[in-house]
Design a protein around this ligand. Sequence first.
Ligand SMILES: [Fe+2]
Length: 300
Amino acid sequence: MRPAVGLLYNPSTPALLAHAPGLVEHLSAMPDRMWFDFGDEPVGQRFRHAHGAIAELAGHARGRSLAGHGLGLSLPSAMPLDGAMLGAVVQVAEGVGGFEWYSEHLSVFVTPGGAAVPNAQAGLGLPVVYGDESFALLAPKLRRLKDALGCRVLLENPAQFSPLTDLDCSEPEFLNRLYRAGLSGTLLDLHNLYVCQRNGVTDPLAYLEALDPDSVEEVHLAGGDEFGGFYMDSHATVTPQPVWELAREFLPRCRRLRAITLEYQESYFEQIGLAALARELELMHELAEHCASTAPAPSC
Ligand SMILES: [Fe+2]
């Protein structure tokens, strides 16, 4: 199967779509950016959706595949699933005619207690302790999310900045376990893996050797930069060469891969430039062809 080539949708995406419409086959959109959350309002009035932005996204998604990519549900957290936010996600999905699949992050993003809104953001994805307890927290939330949206759910490997110790299992083993339990597939962010390598957290080759390639249904490419002595997942540049090399080596093994998605942060749109982003998309098409021409045949 040849994966589709696409973009994580942001306010600058329409300009890139106008510049290179034929290069974009897939869009991934964050519903969290399409509402205002008035957390202290009565139930039913908390979320005000940006209906114009939702309609614009639906228009750009016509003729392309469309997936949702959420940030705010903070699924591995010990806090209960935010049912009102899940309802807001479903409302966005209905507004765009449905998501083909939906991804969330394998990170904790909310800080409980004392905040003005129930889902106060931590500002940075906090790491998950991989083991039975986190699995038990995630399983019912993943089932509920899948039932609410009626589509496949994926979890994305996080960018991390320092090694974790005393885990019951490794991150790829945890993702494999979720996949084999039928709870979620993997959104493999190869740049996040590179971030982990640069910060001394992970050996990407060992990581990819341990990850079940059949679990991988979407891939993220991106670029970052250095800040405060760390390499950051800032989405500030084009994809670094080592990430392309990981992609060419590993992705042909991923026979269930549906999309390769580029993430760039809109505040760096002018700095990266239209020509460089279009070139990035061309390279992604070459990668998709490489996957299709060298991929192993699907098993029965
Ligand atoms: Fe990502």
